[in-house]
Write a protein that binds this ligand. Structure first.
Ligand SMILES: Nc1ncnc2c1ncn2[C@@H]1O[C@H](COP(=O)(O)OP(=O)(O)OP(=O)(O)O)[C@@H](O)[C@H]1O
Length: 322
């Protein structure tokens, strides 16, 4: 079986609530991929992760992690998975190294091995020289790195990261992203939740877009954005022949079979056109250039606008992601 996570018809309704927080969710995370759950606040991402990590009991449906039914056998599930929570729950009165070693002891890992792992992980997360410091003295970025180190102490098969870079500065965020990719490259399956489309696009091999407890779409970031008709754009600046007219040039561009729509961009100094198309905007540069040179005109500037996951969310829901 190559599924690391299998969710089937999962429902969670919190007591006293009129709507389901998770509302019939099904998806599969493959072994060894980074899977992103993307959605706005309240979409049900944290609840889904809560069920998968045995902290929230499902109302109905089934969730398996590393082949274990999390509701039926939470103890075995917890030995195979790990959580990096949204809010740091480190013991701030202990040193960083003690946080790691105590976590491993809880998971039944022997003294020599837990010391070895703590040293290796402090080093890998760039905390080797701060392992003896109390967590109280840690910055937010350092605490986030320590949470990741702690999550890896019992060598889990699947790691869940809830909003991994919320509140981090850009450098700390890139550092965390690189560590997440290293995990994946080392064979660990990673599930992240995020409401940040850049994070989802940059980090995930596949993305599930969630809203109101349901999955609206699931694919690679590239396939999700490619699926949007007419949303890639190519802006071109044109130097046209003196005897030609702007209107005739725009008409020639509109006649290109790949261009779904052509608009004049009026705030430009010369003749600028925006071509809308589906798929890869760069592939249109050649045909545009040929069409222009056929009438004695030439390209003086090109800019490609790719659709984002934000555009995908907007087209699925009619709302902005944030
Ligand atoms: N313990 C709880 N009791 C009652 N309702 C809850 C509880 N936890 C979450 N909810 C509700 O369930 C819905 C889904 O919340 P959830 O935290 O899973 O969403 P999310 O996508 O993770 O959002 P965020 O990014 O804000 O964490 C929301 O309407 C929320 O108010």
């Amino acid at each position: 079986m190559d599924a690391a996570v299998q969710v089937t018809d999962l429902v969670k309704r919190y007591p006293g609530r009129s709507a389901n927080a998770v509302d019939g969710l099904s998806f599969t995370v493959r072994r060894g991929e980074i899977f992103g759950l993307l959605g706005p606040n309240g979409a049900g991402k944290t609840t889904t992760i809560g069920v998968l990590t045995t902290r929230v009991l499902p109302t109905s449906g089934r969730a398996e992690v590393a082949g274990v039914d999390v509701a039926a056998d939470p103890v075995t599930a917890r030995s195979r998975l790990s959580v990096v929570p949204q809010r740091p729950n480190l013991d701030r009165a202990l040193t960083a190294r003690q946080n790691l070693v105590f976590h491993a002891a809880y998971h039944g890992i022997g003294r020599a091995e837990r010391n070895r792992r703590a040293d290796a992980l402090l080093d890998q997360l760039g905390l080797a020289d701060r392992g003896g410091d109390k967590v109280d003295a840690y910055s937010g970025g350092m605490a986030q790195r320590l949470l990741i180190a702690r999550a890896l102490m019992h060598a889990p098969q699947v790691v869940f990261l809830d909003e991994p870079s919320t509140g981090l500065d850009p450098a700390a965020r890139l550092f965390v992203w690189d560590r997440v990719r290293e995990l994946r490259d080392g064979g660990v399956t990673v599930v992240i939740t995020t409401h940040d489309m850049d994070e989802a696009a940059a980090l995930s091999d596949r993305v599930g877009i969630m809203d109101h407890g349901r999955l609206l779409a699931l694919d690679t970031p590239a396939a999700l954005t490619r699926s949007l008709p007419g949303s890639a754009t190519l802006d071109i600046d044109v130097g046209r022949a003196a005897e030609d007219t702007d209107e005739a040039v725009l008409a020639a561009l509109s006649a290109l079979p790949q261009a779904e729509r052509v608009e004049r961009v009026t705030d430009a100094a010369g003749l600028r056109a925006r071509l809308y198309l589906s798929g890869d905007a760069a592939a249109l540069v050649g045909p545009v250039s040929d069409a222009l040179s056929a009438r004695g005109a030439h390209l003086t500037g090109v800019r490609i606008g790719e659709p984002s996951l934000e555009d995908v969310f907007l087209s699925l829901t009619g709302r902005e992601l944030r």
